[in-house]
Write a protein that binds this ligand. Structure first.
Ligand code: SAH
Length: 405
């Protein structure tokens, strides 16, 4: 059980996020920088070489272990250096446009990131926190919008606006910890931090907007900062990256990022998968399943999670369940059955519950764990595949013109 409650959230704004200042200050934020980048930031304000390592560690501790939001609270460094830091940098997180609380305790935030075009509002993406009895999962976005166009996914109806940077990915987690009161060392003056049982966020899933493997470098860097045990300390095993099947990057993801893998399967034959998850036309099932077999570090203790959305009359027959079992042969796997979450204008219906259970039983009897994911946060459109923001794509030509104005 999580024994501490989230700090009560002040009501941030209702519908009209546009009342918020556009982009925060113009100073760059230190949030989401790695060791080398923090070193460069410190060097730029005249911290000398021989002090650099120590100062980086102090900043790292202040930002990532303690979650400080003001330079003034960084008591380990001199007043003079704190002043200089504040003159040139901020420790701002992404902005919250709206915060919604579902009647099942799920929280959803619409976040606004810094604009890279003067005068234009920054792009927006959603983030969701799902509290459970013994753990809490934070679902973050890796892109604003998406290129994949999966037929059943609301985000898929949005164009790709842009990739999120490593700073913005780390910033999401830090902001969620701020809002949930989940910075251990601020409350307990204890170097080991809060025990797991008292942490609000125990797991991170890259299952929000976007395809993380199409934003590989930023996701990799963010995962390395988030897992650092002298800071945020969410180990790679607690971070799950979900992909629709970007086959050429899967091997690299296992070898270089080393996090847990989830694969959005959703169909057991190429004809249907081509339609539901169009990236299948590029990387068909056979290649995808081979990439799963080859995923580095796979074992019974480190299984791949296969996500399978239950669409009434489309992919939910007993035949489908049998083919699924055949496909998974030889892969240490768990199958997450996701009841389809509807959205305005969505072209599918959710399978009926009895059918989902029959499907689950068959897979279970073949020896695979096949939990049915209880829909969470549907009332605030926070469930899988319901995320969307109104951010618009700015073409390179428009971007150039705006920057030249
Ligand atoms: N692009 C990545 C990350 C998105 S994760 C991926 O495809 O894996 C979001 C998960 O929710 C994916 O498994 C996605 O297929 C699933 N999903 C999308 N729309 C959904 C919906 N309407 N109902 C249930 N699950 C959905």
């Amino acid at each position: 059980m999580n024994t501490h409650e989230p700090t009560s959230a002040p009501s941030i704004s209702g519908e009209n996020g546009d009342k918020l200042p556009d982009t925060g200050t113009l100073k760059p934020t230190l949030i989401g920088l790695d060791h080398d980048q923090l070193g460069a930031a410190l060097a730029s304000i005249d911290v000398k070489d021989k002090q650099l390592r120590m100062r980086i560690n102090q900043l790292w501790n202040g930002l990532y272990a303690r979650g400080l939001t003001k330079f003034d609270d960084l008591h380990t460094i001199s007043k003079d250096l704190r002043r200089k830091l504040a003159e040139h940098y901020t420790i701002e997180r992404p902005q919250i446009v709206t915060e919604q609380l579902s009647n099942d305790g799920t929280r959803k935030w619409l976040l606004r990131f810094k604009s890279d075009i003067p005068g234009k509002p920054g792009p927006e993406a959603e983030m969701v926190y799902i509290p459970e009895e013994t753990r809490g999962t934070l679902c973050i976005s890796s892109q604003v919008g998406c290129t994949l166009n999966c037929r059943f996914c609301h985000t898929g109806t949005m164009p790709l606006v842009r990739n999120l940077t490593a700073q913005e990915i780390v910033g999401q987690v830090m902001l969620a910890r701020d809002r949930l009161g989940d910075w251990p060392l601020l409350e307990a003056d204890d170097k080991s931090g809060l025990p797991d049982s008292r942490r609000m966020i125990t797991r991170l899933v890259l299952m929000g907007m976007g395809e993380p493997l199409y934003n590989f470098d930023h996701v990799k860097k963010a995962a390395s900062i988030l897992s650092d045990d002298a800071g945020i300390n969410l180990s790679h095993r607690r971070i799950t990256l979900s992909t629709a099947g970007v086959v050429p990057q899967m091997q690299r993801a296992g070898a270089e990022i080393g996090c847990m893998l989830a694969v959005s399967l959703h169909a057991t034959n190429d004809k249907l998968r081509d339609e539901l998850v169009p990236i299948n036309r590029k990387y068909p099932l056979q290649e995808l399943m081979q990439a799963c077999r080859d995923y580095p570090g796979l074992s019974n203790a480190r299984r791949i999670t296969f996500e399978y959305v239950m669409l009434d009359g489309i992919n939910d027959s007993i035949e489908d369940a049998k083919t699924l079992v055949q496909l998974l042969k030889g892969i240490p796997a768990k199958i997450n059955l996701i009841p389809f979450n509807p959205w305005p204008g969505s072209p599918y219906q959710c399978s009926d519950w009895a059918q989902i259970e029959r499907f689950a039983d068959l897979i279970n009897e073949a020896g695979y764990a096949s939990p049915i994911r209880r829909p969470r946060g549907r009332d605030i459109m926070a469930a899988c595949g319901q995320l969307k923001s109104a951010s618009e794509r700015v073409s390179n030509r428009e971007r150039k013109a705006l920057l030249e104005e």
